[in-house]
Ligand binder design. Structure first.
Ligand code: NAD
Length: 411
C-alpha cells in the first residue's frame, strides 16, 4: 500500500512513518509544510529507504495537494498535520483555524476528487484516516472537585458531573466516567475547538459524499522526538539544565498518557482493520496528575543523572556538572533539595485549563485487539533514556539549527 501521511515530520507523524517503514512493506509519502514543529531529523532512521518520499507542501494549498495525489497515487491518507500546542492556540488562534479547519477541508476536497476517479476496486479499499485528540470532548469530573450538598443526598458540583453515578463524596478517579466514542463534543481551547471542527468536517464528508473515513481520538502522547514545548520533554530538559520546572496552578490536572509507539501501532491497525465511518478512542489507561508526572521524571533523573547542589541550593544537573569546573559546588544526597524536585515552580494556571481527561479504549481492545505495550513507568524510563542518549537532536531543536539547516535535507 502507498500511504500519504500528512504532518509526518512532527512528533506522532514521524513515529507512524518509522513504524510503517520499519515494520511493514508499505510505502510512505510524507507531506509536511515544515512549520517550527516539523523536524526531518526525526526521520533519519528511515529517510534513505526507497519506500519513503518527502513533499514539502501546505495542506491549505489545493494545487500542490492535487499534484501530490496525481503524482504518488496513494491508497490511503493518514492525516496528522495540525497546529497542536494548546498554549500557542491561546496566544494566536488564527493559525489553528487556518491549518486545522481550512487545511482539513482543503485536504478532504482534494482527496475526495482523487478518490472519485479511482477504479472501483481501489475506490472501495481507499481510506482517509483523520487523527484527532481526546481534547474535543472537553473535560471530565476530577476526584478533587468540591461536592455540593443538596438536601440529604450528595450532589456533584459542576454541570458536567450531573449525570455521574458517584458513590460517596470523594469519588476515586476509577469511579469517574471516561470519554467514549459517543461522548458529546465540548472543546475548551482554540486548539481543541479547531480539532473538533475538523472531526465534524470529516464525519460530514462521510455522511454526505460517502467518502470512506476513520477517525481516532487519542489521549496525551509522550516519547522520543517530542518537541520540548510539551510537558515531559520540557521538564526533562529544563531539569538537566538546572532551570525551573513550571507547573500550571496546583498541578492537579489529570491527563491520560500513552507512549507514542503504542499510538503509532494503534493508528496503523485502525487504518488496516477499522470499519469505514467509525471512530476509535485510543488511550493508555494511565491517569496521572501533572505534578505526579513531573515528580516521577525528577525521581528517575535523580537516579540516572544525580544532581549537584550549588551553595544556594539550586540544582546543577550532572550533565552540566561533567563539563563544569565543580569548584564551589557541594554535592548533597541527604535531603529533598538534592532532588530535581527542588526546581518545581508553580505558575499561574492556563485560562480555561481542562481538569481531567481519561479515555475508554475498550472498542480498540475488543474490536481490533489493540493494547498498549508500555506502562507509564516503562515508557517514561525509555523516553528519559532516549533524551539522555540523543542530546544532539535536543540541542539542534533548542538552538534552532534543525530549522536553519534543513533546506539541504529536503529532497
Ligand atoms: P506536531 O505539532 O508535533 O506535528 C505537526 C506536524 O504538522 C509538523 O510536522 C508540522 O510541520 C506539520 N504541519 C503543521 N501545519 C501544516 C500545514 N499547514 N501543512 C502541512 N503540514 C503542517 O503534532 P503531533 O503532536 O505530532 O500531533 C499530530 C496529530 O495528532 C495532530 O493532529 C494532533 O492534533 C493529534 N494528537 C496529538 C496528541 C499529542 O499528545 N501530541 C494527542 C492526540 C492527538
Amino acid at each position: 500500500m502507498k500511504i500519504l501521511v500528512t504532518g509526518g515530520a512532527g512528533f506522532i507523524g514521524s513515529a507512524v512513518i518509522r513504524h510503517l517503514i520499519q515494520n511493514t512493506q508499505n510505502s510512505v509519502i510524507n507531506l509536511d509544510k515544515l512549520t517550527y514543529a516539523g523536524n526531518l531529523e526525526s526521520l533519519l532512521e528511515v529517510s534513505d529507504d526507497p519506500r519513503y518520499a518527502f513533499e514539502q507542501v501546505d495542506i491549505c494549498d489545493t494545487a500542490e495537494l492535487e499534484r501530490v495525489f496525481q503524482q504518488h497515487q496513494p491508497d490511503a491518507v493518514m492525516h496528522l498535520a495540525a497546529e497542536s500546542h494548546v498554549d500557542r492556540s491561546i496566544d494566536g488562534p488564527a493559525e489553528f483555524i487556518h491549518t486545522n479547519i481550512v487545511g482539513t477541508y482543503t485536504l478532504l476536497e482534494v482527496a475526495r476528487a482523487y478518490w472519485n476517479q479511482l477504479p472501483e476496486e481501489r475506490k472501495k479499499a481507499f481510506r482517509f484516516h483523520h487523527v484527532s485528540t481526546d481534547e474535543v470532548y472537553g473535560d471530565l469530573p476530577h476526584p478533587n472537585d468540591e461536592p455540593v450538598i443538596a438536601g440529604d443526598s450528595p450532589v456533584i458540583a459542576s454541570e458536567t458531573k450531573q449525570s455521574i453515578d458517584c458513590h460517596g463524596l470523594q469519588p476515586r478517579s476509577d469511579e469517574l466516567p471516561l470519554f467514549t466514542e459517543t461522548t458529546a463534543y465540548e472543546p475548551s481551547s482554540p486548539y481543541s475547538a479547531s480539532k473538533a471542527s475538523s472531526d465534524h468536517l470529516v464525519r460530514a464528508w462521510h455522511r454526505t459524499y460517502g467518502f470512506p473515513i476513520v477517525i481516532t481520538n487519542c489521549s496525551n502522547n509522550y516519547g522520543p522526538y517530542q518537541f520540548p514545548e510539551k510537558l515531559i520533554p520540557l521538564v526533562l530538559l529544563n531539569a538537566l539544565e538546572g532551570k525551573q520546572l513550571p507547573i500550571y496552578g496546583a498541578g492537579d490536572q489529570i491527563r491520560d498518557w500513552l507512549y507514542v509507539k503504542d499510538h503509532a501501532r494503534a493508528l496503523c491497525l485502525v487504518l488496516e482493520k477499522g470499519k469505514n465511518g467509525e471512530t476509535y478512542n485510543i488511550g493508555g489507561h494511565n491517569e496521572l496528575q501533572n505534578i505526579e508526572v513531573v515528580k516521577t521524571i525528577c525521581e528517575i533523573l535523580d537516579e540516572l543523572v544525580p544532581p549537584v547542589i550549588a551553595g544556594d541550593s539550586s540544582v546543577i544537573a550532572s550533565v552540566a556538572k561533567q563539563s563544569t569546573d565543580c569548584h564551589g559546588l557541594q554535592p548533597r544526597s541527604d535531603d529533598t533539595a538534592s532532588s530535581y524536585k527542588s526546581l518545581i515552580t508553580h505558575v499561574a494556571d492556563r485560562p480555561g485549563h481542562d481538569r481531567r481527561y481519561a479515555i475508554d479504549s475498550t472498542k480498540m481492545q475488543t474490536e481490533l485487539g489493540w493494547t498498549p505495550e508500555e506502562t507509564f513507568e516503562t515508557g517514561l524510563k525509555k523516553t528519559i533514556q532516549w533524551y539522555l542518549d540523543n542530546t544532539k537532536w535536543c540541542q539542534r531543536v533548542q538552538d534552532g539549527s534543525y530549522q536553519r539547516e534543513r533546506l539541504g535535507q529536503v529532497k
